[in-house]
Design a protein around this ligand. Sequence first.
Ligand SMILES: [Zn+2]
Ligand SMILES: [Zn+2]
Length: 364
Amino acid sequence: MKGLIYEGPGRRSWATKPDPTIEDPTDIVVRIDSSTICGTDLHILKGDVPEVEAGTILGHEAVGTVVETGAAVTTLAPDDRVLVSCITSCGRCAFCREGHYGLCTGGGGWIFGHLIDGLQAEFARVPFADTSVHKIPDSLTDEQVLFLADILPTSFEVGVLNGGVKPGDTVAIVGAGPIGLAAILTARLYTPSRILAIDLADSRLARALEFGADAVVNNGREDAVDAILAMSDGLGVDVAMEAVGVPQTFELCTELIRPGGRVANIGVHGHSAAFHLEKLWIRDVTVTTGLVDTSTTPRLLRLIAEGRLDGTPFATHRFPLADTMAAYDVFAAPEQTGALKVVLEAEAAAPKAKSVAEPIGATA
Ligand SMILES: [Zn+2]
Ligand SMILES: [Zn+2]
């Protein structure tokens, strides 16, 4: 089969590997129908995630069809359509028993495209299948559920739930890339009074307004602290979410919150950030961090099935799976391409061939 292979820092290829097979009785093998690329994949390609070995197939987000099940798999059968999520759960360790699948110590957690071959491929082996994949109702398209594999539960759990967004809160979201936009979308489930988005790019701020932000601040042109305080009675916001992953945006979040406010960090950080305890110790603030557990995926899936949540606007570009190399080029240059998420569609499974590599929908 073919897959997108990490060849070491700065190098990737669309190349052949042996078809995956059942290795453990709790495995399934799926044919990948739709997959997508994550900012984390770009970090891996930069060499920022050194535990990823050269030769590994990347990708941790997909919709697929079961082709084979291991002897111990009891809830899945060939031809079942499943969401393969970025997090795998052994179902038995202490963390999994508490729903903290992201912290799994039994061989799960984030393993696809990290510790084992991932999902940007024609087929994939899925460990701990009974406790890790989600069956998809026939009424939903791949694209309607694909972003449940990572960005929607990540923003919802690590941003909205960790941040404790409540009805009537004023919420600031720093960073309006896919994760920040997903935070806007899922924060709205809790009816905040206002959602304020902050970014350096006007194009991303325009997207933020489309996704439901009430006001935006370009912090390249104006002082975000002054602007946000002016929009929040001079006291600051109830919840600030960090959705970039650099020290400056985390530090900005700690300046935007009112006394008693909450900072929820979603971004992936590679450098230390200043934490101004000398200012914050008296302000009753809460700061949270975390990796997604995907424990809310069934809940988000119900909202999508009932039309109360729609992730399809994230799909700005579509490519045949075989053109994954070209899809990376588009995804890696969002300033030029406007890409949010690129959908990789397997030929046989695609209901119809869409125009290739052309922006669709969301910009209209
Ligand atoms: Zn991801
Ligand atoms: Zn576990």
